[in-house]
Write a protein that binds this ligand. Sequence first.
Ligand code: F6P
Length: 340
Amino acid sequence: MRIGILTGGGDCPGLNAAIRAVVKRGSSEHGCSIVGFRNGWEGVIAGDAIPLTRDDVSGILVHGGTMLGTARCHPHKVDGGMEAVKDTFDNEKLDGFICIGGDGTLKAAGKVSQKLGVPVIGIPKTIDNDVVGTDAAIGFDTAVSIATEAIDRLHSTAESHNRVMVVEVMGRHSGWIAVTAGVAGGADIILAPEDPFDIDKIAKKIRHRHRYKDFSIVAVAEGAVPKEGSRWNAEDTLDAKGNPIAGSIGSAVTRAIEEATGFPTRLTVLGYVQRGGVPTAADRLLGTRMGIAAIDGIVSGETGKYTALQGEHVVLEPFETMMGKTKWVPEELFAAANGL
Ligand code: F6P
């Protein structure tokens, strides 16, 4: 069989582990030819294909990013995009696609599978970890490790200067990084989209804490929002597409805390550092396991599904499970976040 592989959406550490597993398992176990496409669905539309052999993926396990490049492109939103995907599928004599991506890219994969009748298996990757149906997405563990180490480091400078340190982490629509790294790093306050905040209550909590401690750590997801009707006067923190503007909620919260408490307050925006560098062992393992499950699945005739970590097992979930949905941080994790 000839299987195409692509990586779409935001990059993250662990993508190369998945590509490597697909190529090695596909060639050694199933005698498949694997064809890589550059820059996600954009490369499929353009027919920008590169054959991938075991030599091409040798040594990439520990490399961050994606050897194929990526782009935010969805064929069903591009004029003639779906037709071009079908043309490439026919011209390259493919038997199916393995598509590694976040919610947007996987949704596009579901449309390609449903509307073109082309076999497609997805692999969930996003540091936001907001794909429904899988306990974890590739990249999440590495982002949490990076953010936790940053929070650890901020403790010493906050304590030395008796300051409130605000750290803004990524998380467009969910607070998985903020809550997980916030709990792991011992942040005193954690703000996430799932739990709109009241800045006056935040200030009160910080004032109370500073009766016995002279510093605080506040972890803020870039997608965090103030509670409806609560006092808030920051300009809009979203861009024209409705996505958070990096640093905007962080600087607004920093300013509001300093004004409300009088305590010196400083901001650190982690941004793209959370998506860079060497993948953790957990992301290398998850990428490898999902890559194996994807190629085994498509070779055995599975389609319209994505690999999902559920407990100890990697299974195949129908795209319908995740399409149009966001996996929110559960209540009990928030209790650990703000209840201590
Ligand atoms: O989707 C993952 C993510 O890293 C979000 O956390 C972040 O808001 C977004 O990508 C940034 O998108 P881009 O890389 O296109 O600027």
